[in-house]
Design a protein around this ligand. Structure first.
Ligand SMILES: [Zn+2]
Ligand SMILES: [Zn+2]
Length: 342
């Protein structure tokens, strides 16, 4: 099969012939139809992820058709249109037994713990637990665009934020995950205040349903004023010490902060206004993808037309252009999700 391979961290990204995978006993091989390009793939290529072993094929936001089935698989057959969460569960550890496959103790992540989906074929384990059947009306490109940022935003808004109609929701950082969260919170009847430092991004946020937008590095006072006391739920969708603290400080009493953006390097141990957490009885939630069991609810929201993830797709490219696209992910200010179509 053809795949995008790298042999050294930060080294050349080359499309070449490699051996086709075989399905594990309980798993499948999927013929990849579409695969989103994500900044996490860039981190893997750069050597920031200890799970990646060389040589490596990246790619974790995939949709396609089951091409081969292991002998122990019961629920899926060749020809099924499927996707998977980027974080697949083992099915037997304690978090998996409670349904929390996204924080599995022995998680499988295509494109990180094994070869991924920047390839014609990808092997996936424990298919009966991890595969998700796609509704007929949902295209592969749209389905691939749900598998990471959108799915994480869905978990942040519904599971952790428990956002309901009439809530004020503040979103700090309007990249792919922030705009996804905006659409989902808006669809649930919440009023969203979107914060970013780029006017073009904020215009898109308004078009996607934001009630208010703020272009500022310190938006706390303005949010508290707009919402008559603070947001009920606030998301740090960027991931930095400053946006995390802003997100906590803009909450009203008993509000919920959800940390969506990854905290890297010096921000890993960012100081937090814990005195405010106590005085206001705030709660803090981390989010690491979404349990596979919540995929049905996510797909219903999408197929109902209440949200349209396709509005966040910037462009589609071929596998031959994937290397250049991946290399460019090091720069911020990406506009729209890029999806590889195979
Ligand atoms: Zn991703
Ligand atoms: Zn597990």
């Amino acid at each position: 099969m053809r795949a995008l391979v790298f042999d050294s961290f930060g080294g050349p990204l080359e499309v070449r012939e490699v051996p086709a995978p075989e399905p594990p006993p309980g798993g499948v091989v999927v013929r990849v139809a579409a695969s989103g390009v994500c900044r996490s793939d860039w981190h893997g290529w750069q050597g920031h992820d200890p799970d990646v072993v060389l040589p490596h094929v990246p790619g974790h936001e995939l949709a396609g058709v089951v091409a081969k089935v292991g002998p122990a698989v019961r629920g899926f057959a060749v020809g099924d249109r499927v996707t998977v969460p980027f974080c697949c569960g083992c099915g037997t550890c304690e978090p998996c037994r409670h349904g929390h496959t996204q924080i599995c103790d022995r998680d499988f992540q295509p494109g990180f713990t094994a070869w991924g989906s920047f390839a014609e074929l990808v092997a996936l384990p424990r298919a009966d637990l991890n595969l998700v059947r796609l509704p007929d009306g949902l295209g592969f490109v749209e389905a691939a665009s749900l598998g990471c940022r959108f799915m994480t935003a869905f978990a942040a808004v519904t599971e952790h934020g428990r956002v309901g109609a009439g809530d004020w929701v503040a979103i700090h950082g309007c990249g792919g995950v922030g705009l996804s969260a905006l659409m989902i919170a808006h669809a649930r009847g919440a009023s969203v205040v979107a914060v970013d430092v780029d006017d073009e991004t904020l215009a898109l946020a308004r078009a996607l349903g934001a009630a208010h937008t703020i272009n500022a590095r310190d938006p706390v006072e303005e949010i508290v004023e707009l919402t008559a006391g603070g947001a009920h739920v606030s998301l740090d969708a960027l991931g930095s010490a400053a946006t995390c603290a802003n997100s906590l400080r803009c909450l009203r009493k008993r509000g919920r902060h959800v940390q969506v953006g990854l905290m890297l390097e010096a921000d890993r141990t960012a100081p937090l206004p814990i005195d405010r957490v106590i005085a206001y009885e705030l709660s803090l939630h981390g989010v690491h993808g979404m349990a596979v069991g919540h995929y049905d609810a996510l797909l219903r929201l999408v197929t109902s037309g209440a949200v349209d993830p396709a509005r966040l797709i910037g462009r589609t490219i071929g596998l031959d252009d994937a290397g250049a696209e991946l290399a460019s992910m090091g720069e911020f200010a990406q506009r729209g999700v890029t999806v590889i179509e195979l």
